[in-house]
Design a protein around this ligand. Structure first.
Ligand SMILES: Nc1ncnc2c1ncn2[C@@H]1O[C@H](COP(=O)(O)OP(=O)(O)OP(=O)(O)O)[C@@H](O)[C@H]1O
Length: 289
C-alpha cells in the first residue's frame, strides 16, 4: 500500500488540483493507496510517524518543499521510500531530483519504484532534506511564507521579495566552523548549507551540491555594497556567482554557524529558528523514489 500525504493549499491550491488528477488514475489502475490531507503545519510528520509501517511500500508527498520536508522528517532512518509529486511554489527538490512537474509523469516515476539513498543533515531535532539558508535568504523565506503575494506570483516571488528585503537587512558578524576549521566574517549577507543545488525557485546557490556524496556544500555571500550584490545576483540562476570575490564556497560534514546578532534560519524553506546553528551530515539516511 502507498500512502499519499496531500497539502491541498500548497502552491495556491495546486496540491488539491494535483490530487484530483492522481486519484482517478490510482482507482483506474487498482493501485492500493491511502490518502491523508494535512490539516495544519507539521501535521505531515505526525501522519508519517503514526501510520502503521507494515505493508507500506512508499509515502508520497504532494505539495511544496515544505510538505516534502515534513514527510521526509518522518521517514529519515526508516526503510520506507519517499515519493514526491511537486505542487508548490518553489519545487526546488523536484528540480534537483529531475522529478517532472507534470503530476502524471511524477506518478509514473513513483510506480516504477526505483529506490535511491540520499543524504540528509541533522540540526537539533530536525532533518534537512535539501537546503538551509541563514541571514538574508531566511528573511526572504519568512517574508514569502507570510506574504499574500506568494499566492499571486508563484514563480518570481522569492526574487521579488529578496530585492525588497535587501534594503532593510543588516549584515552581521559571523563565525563559521567547517570540520574544525574556523572562518570569521565581519559582514555576511547570507549562508546557504545545501545537499541539493537549488533554493528560492531555481537559484543555483550551491551548484556543486549532490545529495549522495556525503558532503554538505556551503555558500557564504560576504558583505558588499547593495549595488554590487544586485549586479552579481542574477548569476545565481546559472551558479556562476561562485567565482565572485565576495562569495566563498566550502564543503564539510560538521558545520557550526555563530553570529553577533541572532540570524534567522530556514530549513527547506520553512523557518527553523535562529543562530547558533550546528549541522551534521547524515549520509544515505533517506530512501527516495
Ligand atoms: N492545512 C494546512 N493549513 C495551513 N498550513 C498548512 C496546512 N497543511 C500544511 N501546511 C503548511 O503549509 C506550508 C507550506 O507548504 P508547502 O511548502 O508544501 O507549499 P508552498 O509553500 O506552496 O510551496 P514551496 O515551499 O515550494 O514554495 C508548510 O509549512 C506546511 O506545514
Amino acid at each position: 500500500m502507498r500512502l499519499f500525504i496531500v497539502n491541498q493549499g500548497s502552491g495556491r491550491g495546486r496540491g488539491k488540483k494535483v490530487w484530483n488528477k492522481i486519484e482517478p488514475i490510482l482507482k483506474e489502475r487498482q493501485i492500493a493507496y491511502q490518502v491523508e490531507f494535512t490539516k495544519y503545519p507539521k501535521h505531515a510528520t505526525e501522519i508519517v510517524k503514526a501510520v502503521n509501517h507494515t505493508n507500506l511500500q512508499a509515502v508520497i508527498a504532494i505539495g511544496g518543499d515544505g510538505t516534502l520536508h515534513e514527510v521526509g522528517n518522518g521517514l529519515v532512518g526508516t526503510e520506507i521510500p519517499l515519493g514526491y509529486i511537486p505542487a508548490g511554489s518553489g519545487n526546488d527538490f523536484a528540480r534537483a531530483e529531475k522529478i517532472s512537474l507534470d503530476p502524471l509523469e511524477a506518478l509514473e516515476r513513483i510506480l516504477a519504484h526505483q529506490v535511491r539513498k540520499i543524504d540528509t543533515a541533522k540540526l537539533g531535532q530536525k532533518m534537512m532534506i535539501g537546503f538551509t539558508g541563514i541571514g538574508l535568504d531566511a528573511l526572504v523565506a519568512d517574508t514569502a511564507n507570510k506574504s499574500v503575494l506568494k499566492k499571486l506570483f508563484r514563480k518570481f516571488i522569492y526574487l521579488f521579495i529578496m530585492i525588497r528585503c535587501l534594503w532593510t537587512y543588516r549584515p552581521s558578524h559571523v563565525t563559521i566552523t567547517v570540520d574544525g576549521q574556523t572562518y570569521h566574517y565581519d559582514g555576511i549577507w547570507l549562508i546557504a548549507i545545501n545537499n541539493t543545488p537549488f533554493y528560492g525557485g531555481g537559484m543555483q546557490i550551491c551548484p556543486q551540491a549532490q545529495n549522495d556524496d556525503g558532503w554538505l556544500d556551503i555558500c557564504c555571500v560576504k558583505y558588499c555594497r547593495r549595488r554590487t550584490l544586485l549586479r552579481v545576483f542574477p548569476r545565481v540562476y546559472q551558479g556562476t556567482h561562485i567565482d565572485h570575490p565576495y562569495v566563498s564556497i566550502y564543503r564539510g560534514k560538521e558545520i557550526r554557524v555563530q553570529s553577533e546578532q541572532p540570524l534567522t534560519i530556514h530549513v527547506d524553506g520553512e523557518i527553523y529558528g535562529s543562530t547558533p546553528l550546528d549541522m551534521t551530515i547524515q549520509p544515505q539516511s533517506l530512501l527516495v523514489l
